[in-house]
Design a protein around this ligand. Sequence first.
Ligand SMILES: [Zn+2]
Length: 115
Amino acid sequence: MLNWSAVRKLLIVILALVLVAIIVIPGYKTKKQSEIRQVCQWRLEQMAKAQEKYFAQYGRYVSELTEISGDSLNFTCPLNDSPFILDMPDSTHYKLSCPNRHGWVSEERASWKQE
Ligand SMILES: [Zn+2]
């Protein structure tokens, strides 16, 4: 014999849990995405610093990221580990950008610090 009152209570509990999930999950994803973007932009900044250091020493920027990457430098986006894109019109100009559109750095500028 089915106890309809118990079934109804159970349905209400399930509905409440679904509603909570609908509210919480997108917020969690957004937080996760902004954390990934921050790590990505931090990595881009570190690469930019390394580029400036290299430039100060050799008068040109590196054309291969592996030349300056080391233990502390990472030139991949944390989202999917795809490497940053280095665009160099010549040895004294460069633009390093994230393939997942998290931003770019170019000489002393960064896309997320534009005015
Ligand atoms: Zn990225």
